[in-house]
Design a protein around this ligand. Structure first.
Ligand code: SF4
Length: 198
Protein backbone atom coordinates (compact mmCIF):
# COMPACT_ATOMS: atom_id res chain seq x y z
CA UNK A 1 0.00 0.00 0.00
CA UNK A 2 1.26 3.48 -0.82
CA UNK A 3 0.79 6.51 1.43
CA UNK A 4 1.11 9.87 -0.34
CA UNK A 5 2.32 13.11 1.18
CA UNK A 6 -0.23 15.93 1.09
CA UNK A 7 -0.70 17.19 -2.51
CA UNK A 8 1.75 14.59 -3.82
CA UNK A 9 -0.76 12.97 -6.17
CA UNK A 10 -2.73 15.32 -8.37
CA UNK A 11 -5.59 14.48 -10.68
CA UNK A 12 -4.13 16.74 -13.37
CA UNK A 13 -1.08 14.49 -13.54
CA UNK A 14 -2.91 11.17 -13.57
CA UNK A 15 -6.56 11.30 -14.59
CA UNK A 16 -7.32 10.20 -18.13
CA UNK A 17 -11.02 11.01 -17.68
CA UNK A 18 -11.92 7.36 -18.12
CA UNK A 19 -14.69 5.25 -16.65
CA UNK A 20 -14.35 1.67 -15.54
CA UNK A 21 -18.09 1.07 -15.22
CA UNK A 22 -21.46 2.65 -14.68
CA UNK A 23 -24.30 0.85 -12.92
CA UNK A 24 -27.77 2.32 -12.62
CA UNK A 25 -30.32 1.25 -10.02
CA UNK A 26 -28.17 -0.72 -7.59
CA UNK A 27 -28.61 -0.93 -3.84
CA UNK A 28 -25.15 -1.89 -2.57
CA UNK A 29 -23.16 1.34 -3.04
CA UNK A 30 -24.73 3.34 -0.22
CA UNK A 31 -28.20 3.98 1.15
CA UNK A 32 -31.24 3.37 -1.04
CA UNK A 33 -31.34 2.78 -4.77
CA UNK A 34 -28.39 4.46 -6.43
CA UNK A 35 -26.55 5.04 -9.67
CA UNK A 36 -22.85 4.27 -9.39
CA UNK A 37 -20.04 5.70 -11.46
CA UNK A 38 -16.71 3.86 -11.27
CA UNK A 39 -13.80 6.01 -12.43
CA UNK A 40 -10.53 4.53 -13.66
CA UNK A 41 -7.23 4.85 -11.85
CA UNK A 42 -5.94 4.65 -8.30
CA UNK A 43 -2.46 4.93 -6.82
CA UNK A 44 -2.96 3.45 -3.35
CA UNK A 45 -2.15 -0.11 -4.43
CA UNK A 46 -3.88 -1.69 -1.42
CA UNK A 47 -3.05 -5.34 -0.90
CA UNK A 48 -6.22 -7.28 -1.64
CA UNK A 49 -7.76 -4.48 -3.75
CA UNK A 50 -11.19 -5.63 -4.88
CA UNK A 51 -10.39 -4.90 -8.52
CA UNK A 52 -6.75 -4.37 -9.46
CA UNK A 53 -7.62 -3.62 -13.08
CA UNK A 54 -9.25 -0.33 -12.09
CA UNK A 55 -5.98 0.92 -10.59
CA UNK A 56 -4.92 1.65 -14.19
CA UNK A 57 -5.86 5.18 -15.27
CA UNK A 58 -6.19 3.95 -18.86
CA UNK A 59 -8.67 1.22 -17.98
CA UNK A 60 -12.18 1.35 -19.37
CA UNK A 61 -13.71 3.90 -21.71
CA UNK A 62 -13.63 7.71 -21.97
CA UNK A 63 -16.20 9.65 -19.99
CA UNK A 64 -18.63 11.26 -22.44
CA UNK A 65 -21.38 13.84 -22.48
CA UNK A 66 -23.76 11.01 -23.43
CA UNK A 67 -22.90 9.14 -20.24
CA UNK A 68 -23.34 12.29 -18.15
CA UNK A 69 -26.80 12.78 -19.70
CA UNK A 70 -27.64 9.14 -19.05
CA UNK A 71 -26.63 9.47 -15.39
CA UNK A 72 -28.93 12.47 -15.03
CA UNK A 73 -31.86 10.69 -16.70
CA UNK A 74 -31.30 7.63 -14.49
CA UNK A 75 -31.47 9.87 -11.40
CA UNK A 76 -34.86 11.33 -12.28
CA UNK A 77 -37.15 8.62 -10.83
CA UNK A 78 -38.25 9.45 -7.29
CA UNK A 79 -37.18 6.02 -6.07
CA UNK A 80 -33.53 6.74 -6.93
CA UNK A 81 -31.89 8.26 -3.85
CA UNK A 82 -28.66 9.48 -5.38
CA UNK A 83 -25.33 9.11 -7.11
CA UNK A 84 -22.29 7.20 -5.87
CA UNK A 85 -18.71 7.81 -7.01
CA UNK A 86 -16.30 4.91 -6.71
CA UNK A 87 -13.13 3.77 -8.33
CA UNK A 88 -10.47 3.55 -8.82
CA UNK A 89 -10.06 6.77 -6.92
CA UNK A 90 -12.67 9.53 -7.40
CA UNK A 91 -10.39 12.16 -5.83
CA UNK A 92 -7.72 11.49 -8.47
CA UNK A 93 -10.39 11.84 -11.14
CA UNK A 94 -11.78 15.19 -10.07
CA UNK A 95 -12.26 16.58 -13.62
CA UNK A 96 -14.91 13.92 -14.29
CA UNK A 97 -16.32 13.78 -10.77
CA UNK A 98 -16.71 17.54 -10.35
CA UNK A 99 -18.40 17.81 -13.72
CA UNK A 100 -20.93 15.13 -12.79
CA UNK A 101 -21.48 16.41 -9.27
CA UNK A 102 -22.03 19.98 -10.49
CA UNK A 103 -24.55 18.76 -13.05
CA UNK A 104 -26.40 16.69 -10.42
CA UNK A 105 -26.67 19.74 -8.13
CA UNK A 106 -27.74 21.92 -11.05
CA UNK A 107 -30.50 19.47 -12.02
CA UNK A 108 -31.61 18.21 -8.62
CA UNK A 109 -30.18 20.51 -5.95
CA UNK A 110 -29.92 18.49 -2.76
CA UNK A 111 -32.97 16.33 -3.43
CA UNK A 112 -30.52 13.61 -4.51
CA UNK A 113 -27.58 12.73 -2.28
CA UNK A 114 -24.03 12.07 -3.40
CA UNK A 115 -21.76 9.47 -1.83
CA UNK A 116 -18.11 8.92 -2.66
CA UNK A 117 -15.65 6.25 -1.72
CA UNK A 118 -11.97 7.23 -1.38
CA UNK A 119 -8.67 5.66 -0.42
CA UNK A 120 -7.81 9.03 1.14
CA UNK A 121 -8.95 9.63 4.68
CA UNK A 122 -11.12 12.63 5.46
CA UNK A 123 -8.22 14.25 7.30
CA UNK A 124 -5.87 13.69 4.35
CA UNK A 125 -8.31 15.28 1.95
CA UNK A 126 -8.56 18.39 4.15
CA UNK A 127 -4.88 19.20 3.55
CA UNK A 128 -4.70 18.19 -0.09
CA UNK A 129 -5.25 20.01 -3.38
CA UNK A 130 -8.03 22.48 -4.09
CA UNK A 131 -9.87 20.17 -6.48
CA UNK A 132 -10.04 17.47 -3.82
CA UNK A 133 -11.37 19.96 -1.28
CA UNK A 134 -13.93 21.16 -3.78
CA UNK A 135 -15.18 17.64 -4.46
CA UNK A 136 -15.29 16.88 -0.74
CA UNK A 137 -17.31 20.05 -0.12
CA UNK A 138 -19.88 19.01 -2.73
CA UNK A 139 -20.64 15.47 -1.56
CA UNK A 140 -22.82 14.31 1.31
CA UNK A 141 -21.15 11.11 2.44
CA UNK A 142 -17.49 10.03 2.25
CA UNK A 143 -16.53 6.39 2.83
CA UNK A 144 -12.87 6.91 3.56
CA UNK A 145 -9.54 5.16 3.89
CA UNK A 146 -7.47 2.47 2.22
CA UNK A 147 -8.60 -1.11 2.18
CA UNK A 148 -6.48 -2.84 4.83
CA UNK A 149 -6.35 -6.57 4.32
CA UNK A 150 -5.47 -7.27 7.96
CA UNK A 151 -8.64 -5.40 8.98
CA UNK A 152 -10.89 -6.96 6.39
CA UNK A 153 -14.42 -7.61 7.60
CA UNK A 154 -17.06 -8.64 5.12
CA UNK A 155 -19.85 -7.92 7.60
CA UNK A 156 -19.30 -4.18 7.79
CA UNK A 157 -21.92 -1.84 6.41
CA UNK A 158 -20.78 -0.45 3.03
CA UNK A 159 -17.05 -0.99 3.64
CA UNK A 160 -14.46 -3.72 3.44
CA UNK A 161 -12.10 -3.09 6.35
CA UNK A 162 -12.69 -1.79 9.85
CA UNK A 163 -10.40 1.25 9.48
CA UNK A 164 -12.79 2.68 6.90
CA UNK A 165 -15.48 5.11 8.04
CA UNK A 166 -18.81 6.37 6.70
CA UNK A 167 -18.54 10.12 7.22
CA UNK A 168 -21.24 12.78 7.17
CA UNK A 169 -19.42 15.55 5.33
CA UNK A 170 -21.69 18.48 6.28
CA UNK A 171 -21.71 17.50 9.97
CA UNK A 172 -17.94 17.07 9.88
CA UNK A 173 -17.46 20.52 8.44
CA UNK A 174 -19.76 22.02 11.08
CA UNK A 175 -17.97 20.27 13.96
CA UNK A 176 -14.43 20.59 12.62
CA UNK A 177 -13.75 16.85 12.85
CA UNK A 178 -14.81 13.65 11.12
CA UNK A 179 -18.38 12.83 12.15
CA UNK A 180 -19.68 9.33 11.50
CA UNK A 181 -22.93 9.07 9.53
CA UNK A 182 -25.78 8.84 12.02
CA UNK A 183 -27.20 5.73 10.34
CA UNK A 184 -23.93 3.80 10.50
CA UNK A 185 -24.79 0.62 12.35
CA UNK A 186 -21.35 -0.66 13.23
CA UNK A 187 -18.91 2.22 13.54
CA UNK A 188 -17.53 1.30 16.93
CA UNK A 189 -17.84 -2.45 16.74
CA UNK A 190 -14.97 -4.85 16.40
CA UNK A 191 -15.16 -7.92 14.21
CA UNK A 192 -15.67 -10.07 17.32
CA UNK A 193 -18.62 -7.98 18.50
CA UNK A 194 -20.25 -8.20 15.11
CA UNK A 195 -19.66 -11.94 14.91
CA UNK A 196 -21.49 -12.44 18.23
CA UNK A 197 -24.60 -10.81 16.78
CA UNK A 198 -24.77 -13.14 13.76
S1 SF4 B 1 -8.09 2.57 -2.65
FE1 SF4 B 1 -9.61 1.09 -3.44
S2 SF4 B 1 -9.26 1.01 -5.68
FE2 SF4 B 1 -7.47 1.97 -4.75
S3 SF4 B 1 -6.00 0.27 -4.47
FE3 SF4 B 1 -7.15 0.53 -2.54
S4 SF4 B 1 -8.89 -0.91 -2.69
FE4 SF4 B 1 -8.04 -0.64 -4.78
Amino acid sequence: MRNPNPKEWQAQDYSQNRIADYKAYNFVDGEGIRNSLYVSGCLFACEGCFNKAVQNFNYGVPFTQELEDQIIEDLRPDYVQGLTLLGGEPFLNTPVCLQVVDRVRQEFGHSKDIWSWSGYTYEELLVDTQDKLELLSKIDILVDGRFELSKRNLNLQFRGSSNQRIIDVAASKAQGKAVIWAKCKDAEESYEQIKKQI
